[in-house]
Ligand binder design. Structure first.
Ligand code: AMP
Length: 113
C-alpha cells in the first residue's frame, strides 16, 4: 500500500495548511509548530509514494533533496530573506516525525504578508 502521511493529505487538500508557495513540482507551507519566526516546510509533489526520508533515496529519487533546496533558495530570494537554515531530519533518531521527505526552512526574518 502506498504511504499516506499528513503531508499527503495536505497535498490532496484534505486537511488545511497555510500554503505560501506552489508550482508544478513543490508545495511549501508554514510549520504548525514554528521553531523560528519563519518556519516553512517544502515537499515535492512527485514520487511522494517512494521518498519517505533521506534514508530511502535511490538513483531515481536522488533529485528530490536538491529540488527542494533550489526551490527554497528561489523562495528566499523572491521574498528578500537573506539568512536562513535548511534542515532535513533523518529517521526517528534524527527527530523525523513525518515520513514524507521534507525540507525545513527556518529564518528569524519575517515573511512579508
Ligand atoms: P520532522 O520532525 O522533520 O518530521 O518535521 C515534521 C514537522 O511537521 C514538524 O515540525 C511539525 O510541527 C510539522 N507538522 C506536523 N503536522 C503539521 C500540519 N498539519 N501542518 C503543518 N506542519 C505540520
Amino acid at each position: 500500500m502506498p504511504a499516506d502521511t499528513i503531508f499527503h493529505k495536505i497535498l490532496r487538500r484534505e486537511i488545511p495548511a497555510q500554503i505560501v508557495y506552489e508550482d508544478d513540482d513543490v508545495l511549501a507551507f508554514k510549520d504548525i509548530h514554528p521553531k523560528a519566526t519563519t518556519h516553512l516546510l517544502f515537499i515535492a509533489k512527485k514520487d511522494q509514494d517512494f521518498v519517505s526520508s533521506i534514508d530511502d533515496l535511490t538513483e531515481k529519487t536522488a533529485y528530490v533533496p536538491l529540488l527542494l533546496i533550489r526551490k527554497a533558495q528561489a523562495f528566499a530570494k523572491k521574498y528578500g530573506i537573506d539568512g536562513y537554515q535548511l534542515r532535513f531530519h533523518v529517521g526517528r533518531g534524527g527527530g523525523q516525525e513525518v515520513f514524507y521527505l521534507h525540507l525545513h526552512f527556518l529564518s528569524e526574518q519575517k515573511l512579508a504578508d
